[in-house]
Ligand binder design. Structure first.
Ligand code: ARG
Ligand code: MN
Ligand code: MN
Length: 317
C-alpha cells in the first residue's frame, strides 16, 4: 500500500478545545513507523495550517461558518493532491466537519464514490435542523445530492457542490441520532441510504453487517470507498478521549473488524480518522490509549491482520 497522510488540526466545527491535537497524538502513537513496519510506503504531508477568521458571527444557529468553510477548502485541495500523487489518503482530524473537505476533495478526483460512515452520530443535520449549531454534526447534509435544496447559503461554503448520492452512503454504529435527523434519515432511507445502527450490529453481528454493507454499495458497480471513521463510534471504554462520547458503542474488535473488512475489498481509497480529543481524557493514559486505538484502525485499513503475534503495547487506562 502507498499511503499519504494529511494532518488537519482543526476544532472549530465544535466547541471543545483539544481535538486539534488529534493529528499529533496519533502520529506520536507511532502511526508512520507502524505502517512502514507492515510494508506500507508512507508519505506524511504534515499538518495543514489553518487561517483564523475574525468576526465569524453565527449565521442563524450555525457556529463559525466562515472558518469551517475556509479550512475545509484547504482539506479538499490537500486530499485531491494526495490522490493525484497516487496514494490512499489518510486524513487525521480534527473534528468531523473536516469530512466535508475530505470527501469533496476525494470526489473531485474520483466522481463515483461510496461513503462508509462509522459513527455514533449521523452528522446529517442541516444548518436549519441542527440542535447545537455545531458543523461537525452536519457534514453529510452538505455532501448528499438529494439534500441540496435543504441547505441555506453560508459564507465560504459556495465552493461545496453536493457530490454523493444517498444510495452510495452506509452508516455503521449509530446510536445517538437527533429527532430531526431521524426524520431526514427517514427520508433518506427511502432514497436508499443504508444504516446499521447498534441494534443491527447486535442482531446481525459485525461480520453480517459488513457483508450486507458490501452487497449494498457494490450492488451496481464497484466504486472506490471513502471510509469516514469517527472515533466515537467505538464504545467510550475503548475510546474515552473524544468530545461527544455515547455509551453502548462498538467493541475494539468490531471496530477493527470494520477496517480489516474494508481493506479486504481492495477498494479503500481514502480514510478519515476524526474526533480524537486528548483533552477530553480524564487521565493521560486515556488519551494515549485512544490514540493507540486510532492507530490500530488505520493499520487495519492497510493490511494488518490479527494473528496473535503483535507487540503488547497496551496499558488499560
Ligand atoms: N447530533 C449532534 C449535533 O448535531 C452531535 C453531533 C456529534 N458529531 C460528531 N462528529 N461527534 O450537534
Ligand atoms: Mn460522532
Ligand atoms: Mn461524527
Amino acid at each position: 500500500h502507498s499511503v499519504g497522510i494529511i494532518g488537519a488540526p482543526f476544532s472549530k466545527g465544535q466547541p471543545r478545545d483539544g481535538v486539534q491535537l488529534g493529528p499529533d497524538v496519533i502520529r506520536e502513537a507511532g502511526l508512520v513507523k507502524k505502517l512502514e513496519g507492515q510494508g506500507c510506503v508512507v508519505k506524511d504531508y504534515g499538518n495543514l495550517i489553518f487561517e483564523d477568521v475574525s468576526n465569524d458571527e453565527p449565521i442563524g444557529r450555525t457556529k463559525q461558518p466562515r472558518v469551517v468553510g475556509l479550512a475545509n477548502k484547504q482539506v479538499a485541495d490537500a486530499v485531491q493532491r494526495v490522490k493525484n500523487d497516487g496514494h490512499t489518503c489518510v486524513m487525521l482530524g480534527g473534528d468531523h466537519s473536516l469530512a466535508i473537505g475530505s470527501i469533496h476533495g476525494h470526489a473531485a478526483y474520483r466522481p463515483e464514490l461510496s461513503v462508509v460512515w462509522v459513527d455514533a452520530h449521523a452528522d446529517i443535520n442541516t444548518p436549519l435542523t441542527s440542535p447545537t449549531g455545531n458543523i461537525h454534526g452536519q457534514p453529510m447534509s452538505y455532501l448528499i445530492r438529494e439534500l441540496c435544496t435543504k441547505i441555506p447559503v453560508l459564507p465560504n461554503f459556495s465552493w461545496i457542490k453536493p457530490c454523493i448520492a444517498a444510495q452510495d452512503v452506509v452508516y455503521i454504529g449509530l446510536r445517538d441520532v437527533d429527532p430531526e435527523e431521524q426524520h431526514s434519515s427517514h427520508i433518506l432511507k427511502h432514497l436508499g441510504i443504508k444504516t446499521f445502527c447498534m441494534t443491527e450490529v447486535d442482531s446481525l453481528g459485525i461480520a453480517k453487517v459488513m457483508e450486507q454493507m458490501c452487497d449494498h454499495i457494490f450492488s451496481k458497480i464497484k466504486k472506490p470507498i471513502h471510509l469516514s471513521y469517527d472515533i466515537d463510534a467505538l464504545d467510550p471504554s475503548v475510546a474515552p478521549a473524544t468530545g461527544t462520547p455515547v455509551i453502548g458503542g462498538l467493541t475494539y474488535r468490531e471496530g477493527i473488524y470494520i477496517t480489516e473488512y474494508v481493506c479486504q475489498t481492495g477498494l479503500l481509497s481514502a480514510v478519515d480518522v476524526v474526533e480524537v480529543n486528548p483533552k477530553q481524557a480524564k487521565r493521560e493514559e486515556e488519551a494515549r490509549f485512544t490514540a493507540n486505538v486510532a492507530v490500530d484502525l488505520v493499520l487495519g485499513c492497510f493490511g494488518r491482520v490479527r494473528e496473535g503475534s503483535h507487540a503488547a503495547d497496551y496499558k488499560i487506562p
